[in-house]
Every structure is written in C-alpha cells, then in structure tokens.
Write a protein that binds this ligand. Structure first.
Ligand code: PLP
Length: 390
C-alpha cells in the first residue's frame, strides 16, 4: 500500500539530489577535514561548500555557521553557551522540548527562566516579552514557527525589543527553514537553529547561526573544529547533505513547490472541516507555515485516530515526534486554551514537497469514516451528545 506521508514536521525523506551529494563523502572524500593532505582537503572542500549553501539560506556569512548534530544540539548550544548561573532567560511557553528541557536544566544550575504565554491563536505578544525583561536578562529565545501548529511568531518585533534592551536573541527556525524565506538580518537575531532532516536532508546534522561577535561558549571540549565553537571531527557526509538540502530548500521558495504545498494544505483543511463535523483548525487565525495543519476532532482519541489512519495508509501524528506516544496532552495546545481532552483529540498533518494531490485526496477520502467509527465507539462522544440534546 502506498502511504500518504503527512508527518513531514517529524522528519522528511532525503531527496535523491541530497543523497547523491553525500555518497562521495563515504568513498573518494572520506578524509578527515582537519588533515592537511589532499584527502583531508577534499573533505574540507565539502564543508566549505555546505557552509556557503547554509549561509545563503539564512542570509549570513559562511563564518557565522556552526555545524551541529541537529536541532536539539543547536538549541542546547545557543542557551547553555550564552547563559551563566544567576542570569535570566525569556522563552515562550510553546517552545520545543529542546528549549524547554534546557531551561529546566538551566534553572537547576541557578538561572531564572520566564515563559511567556501565547494568545488563543498560538502567538506570543511581543509586549509580553518586553514586560518579562529584567536587569539580569541575558537571552530571549522564541521560535520562528511552531512544530505542532505551524504558527509563526512575530520574531522581527521580538528581535527589536531584545536589541533595544541589549539582550541577546535566539530563534529556533527548525520548522521555518525551507517553508518561508529567512534572513537573520531581517529577524535581527544573534543565534538561529536549523536541522537538516526537516528540509529533506539527513538525520543527525544541523547548524547554528552565530552572529559575528556573539560570545558563545562551546559546550563540548576537544579540538578546534568549527573555530572551537563545536569541537569533534565533522560529520562530512551529513554536512554535505545539509548543504545541498539548504540549497534545494532555498530554490523551493521561488520555484513554486512551496506554493503548491500550501495549496494542498489549504485544500486538505477545507475538505476535512466541511466533511467531518465538530472539527476545528488550531491556530487558523494566525500566520502559519504553508505545510502544517493541526486539527481538533472533538471526542476522538488522537492516538487511536493516528493508528486507524496508519492502517488506511495515512501517516499523521498527534504532536511533536519527540513526545509521540506520551499520554500527556500537548502543552502547546493547552497554552492556546484547549482543554487536555481537546489537545489529545488534535492531529497534525504536515506536508512535504513530495506530497501529491492524489495522496491528499486519499487522506480526505478515508478520514471522515475513520473519525465516525471512533466516535461511534466512544462513550465520551455519546455522553457529550446526550447532554447537548437534553
Ligand atoms: N526544534 C523544533 C522546533 C523541532 O521541531 C525539532 C524537531 O522536531 C527540534 C528543535 C529538534 O531537532 P532535531 O530532531 O534535529 O534534534
């Protein structure tokens, strides 16, 4: 059975062009990029090209790119590398666990953390960031696009507020890269995280943009790779893949492929809302990345619906892949005012460049019946409807 893979915010398939770029790094260019002989120099050439390609995606200098093992490491490095015990950090309540868990660790180390909330659309109000600032605030970290809802945060305004207060600003752009144009200059950030496997690159590699002059402390200790900001022999093949994926992601913003994906996402949302009663798009009134639909199916167990859809050849998810399978409700949706039950009844459909119209039609054709079957078997559904008719 062909699968309609609608879980691209969890991970994306590696594009053939990306794999092609990576393969020589395992054979002809297998050298250590720090070696001065020609084998090493060949590996180094891959790193140089990848650095230029990532820098072009983010509109920065190649020297401002630090390669990492992915989004989680980039977020950890940005926070742990900037904050000292006694410092204060401001983050949003809807950040990825790579930020929120790092903040919990920072609190343990004697730092202060303020989490600013979001409105019902899932957006941070920039003024709430301003109000959260203290004398000892060292860093503000607010994501560019939310991984569960796709909601875009007003990062440019937040960047201005941070700059006025002379506070460093980090943004997690893992879910924004390749979906909207990114310029670190326009955003006004000092640090920005991306991850290769969200843009059709390989898993386990990413990059942190570090604006020239930002006093980032390395969190690993060893050699002088990445200008001592991230020691360790580089993952040359992975980085080459990230570079090519970045180049393709940049091209996709203007060649119509992102626009096509947006049209398919909108069609999926419109069809589901019109065909399935008691559904709602979470974050609908906010600006969102063009690939993500987060939909509340009242009185349906989200995990049960994910499994039912899987049987029918549709891959979706109930939220972040890192927390999938956890019984806890989504803290992102709860921060937007949904109840625990509503958050457990919400599913994320995230499209990729490769999805076809036929795959979307397939999802639309099987969803109404799957929801109906689960609702028919749910005592919560029946009790809710008895209450209404009484
Ligand atoms: N930040 C966001 C917003 C994400 O969606 C993810 C992954 O889902 C990460 C960080 C972590 O990235 P990685 O899987 O590369 O560690």
């Amino acid at each position: 059975m062909n699968v309609s893979y609608l879980d691209n915010n969890s991970t994306t398939p590696v594009l053939p062009e990306v794999l092609e770029e990576m393969l020589p790094c395992f054979s002809q260019s297998f050298g250590n990029a720090s070696s001065i002989h020609s084998c090493g120099r060949r590996a180094l050439a891959h790193l140089k090209l990848a650095r230029e390609r990532v820098a072009a995606l983010l509109d920065c200098l190649p020297t401002e790119i630090v390669f990492t093992s992915g989004g989680t490491e980039g977020d950890n490095l940005a926070l742990l590398g900037m904050i000292n015990p006694g410092d204060h950090i401001v983050v949003s309540a809807v950040e990825h666990s790579a930020i929120l868990s790092t903040c919990a660790w920072l609190e343990h180390l004697g730092c202060q953390v303020t989490k600013v909330g979001v409105n019902a659309n899932g957006q941070v109000e920039p003024e709430s960031v301003r109000q959260a600032l203290r004398k000892n605030t060292r860093l503000v970290s607010v994501m560019m696009a939310n991984n569960e809802t796709g909601v875009l945060q007003p990062v440019e305004e937040i960047g201005k507020i941070a700059a006025e207060a002379d506070v460093w600003f980090h943004t997690d752009a893992v879910q924004a890269a390749g979906k909207i144009p990114i310029s670190v200059k326009t955003v006004g950030c000092d640090l920005l995280t991306i991850s290769a496997h969200k843009i059709h690159g390989p898993q386990g590699v990413g990059a942190l943009y570090v604006r020239r002059g930002t006093p980032l402390r390395a969190q690993l200790h060893g050699g002088h790779q990445e200008k001592s900001r991230r020691p360790g022999t580089e993952n040359v093949a992975g980085i080459a893949g990230l570079g090519r994926a970045s180049e393709l992601a940049r091209g996709g913003l203007s060649d119509g492929s992102v626009a096509r994906m947006a049209a398919l996402r909108d069609h999926l949302e419109d069809a589901i809302v019109s065909l399935v009663p008691e559904t709602r798009i979470n974050g609908k009134n906010a600006q969102r990345v063009p690939n993500t639909a987060n939909i509340l199916f009242e009185h349906v167990g989200g995990d049960a619906l994910v499994l039912a859809l899987d049987e029918l050849g549709v891959a979706a998810s109930r939220g972040a892949a890192c927390t999938a399978g956890e019984a806890d409700p989504s803290s992102v949706l709860m921060a937007m005012g949904l109840t625990g039950e509503q958050s457990r009844s919400s599913l994320r459909f995230s499209l990729g460049k490769q999805n076809t119209a036929a795959e979307i039609e397939h999802a639309i054709s099987v969803l109404p019946d799957a929801v109906h079957r689960l609702r028919s078997a749910s005592p919560f559904y029946w009790s809710a409807h008895e209450t209404v008719s009484r």
